[in-house]
Design a protein around this ligand. Structure first.
Ligand code: SF4
Ligand code: SF4
Length: 241
């Protein structure tokens, strides 16, 4: 058993029997201090609004949120960094989430989380970083029930991740290399000195944005399913290779 599995088991045990009711008044703690990773099946609203903000502000990158490719998986995601107020948090008396109906999985389930065991069983864990006040755990619903709200989304996200790992992760590095060459060429044309690691970061961000934009368009056309999205990614990448 790897350390991660051991840790998950420990957090699963900690979640057992815990009851929770959100105080709704301390969003600075959760929506600012915590990091959130958002994939197309975690919250398409988050991604869609991010693109809208960047269009209306006429800038590609929004404060505190970055497009990223997963470290080994190369999954395209938006990363709300820890310590930055979420762009969707509205402070009007109490902090509120502007996209709560379709908030990211980790936000809906917090302070619980979900993970899938190798056997396929979905388990509920207590977040390793609980920032809620102690009295939020005095009453309310069980963490298991709370986390169940996100189970459908979680199933789709898992299906998408599995297909992506199988079909896109192996072909993306070559595509990324091509994008790096394009970035280098553009920098040369504009007479700009850009370091190798910066080129790599710029290429990764632009590929992440490109793939996330495809998900938005498919969602607008009512065609966003895990399989459709991976099919579309495969076509898009192969066209570019
Ligand atoms: S998406 Fe909503 S719940 Fe999640 S961090 Fe942002 S404001 Fe908070
Ligand atoms: S810190 Fe916990 S109790 Fe407070 S608003 Fe966030 S989720 Fe709710």
């Amino acid at each position: 058993m790897s350390w991660d599995e051991k840790e998950l088991k420990r957090l699963e045990k900690k979640a057992k029997g815990v009851r929770f009711r959100c105080k709704r008044t301390c969003g600075i703690e959760c929506c600012t201090m915590l990091s959130v990773l958002v994939s197309p099946f975690s919250s398409i609203s988050f991604i869609r609004w991010y693109f809208r903000f960047s269009l209306s502000l006429k800038q590609v990158f929004i404060f505190g949120v970055e497009p990223v490719l997963g470290q080994n998986s190369l999954l395209p995601m938006l990363w709300k960094k820890e310590g930055f107020p979420c762009i969707f948090m509205v402070i009007d008396g109490q902090p509120k989430c502007r996209i709560w109906e379709d908030a990211p999985i980790s936000c809906i389930t917090y302070p619980a989380g979900l993970y899938k065991k190798p056997t396929g069983k979905i388990k509920v864990v207590l977040s390793p970083e609980v920032r809620c006040p102690e009295d939020a755990f005095l009453e309310g619903e069980s963490l298991e029930k709370l986390a169940k709200r996100a189970e459908e989304k979680f199933q789709k996200q898992t299906e998408f991740t599995e297909l992506y790992l199988e079909r896109i992760t192996p072909i993306l590095p070559k595509y990324l290399e091509q994008q790096k060459e394009t970035v280098k060429k553009l920098a040369l044309e504009k007479n700009k000195q850009v370091k190798e690691d910066e080129i790599s970061i710029i290429a990764q961000k632009s590929v992440a944005l490109e793939l996330l934009a495809i998900a938005i368009n498919m969602h607008a056309d009512g065609k966003l399913t895990p399989k459709n999205l991976v099919d579309e990614y495969e076509k898009h990448i192969n066209r570019g290779l």
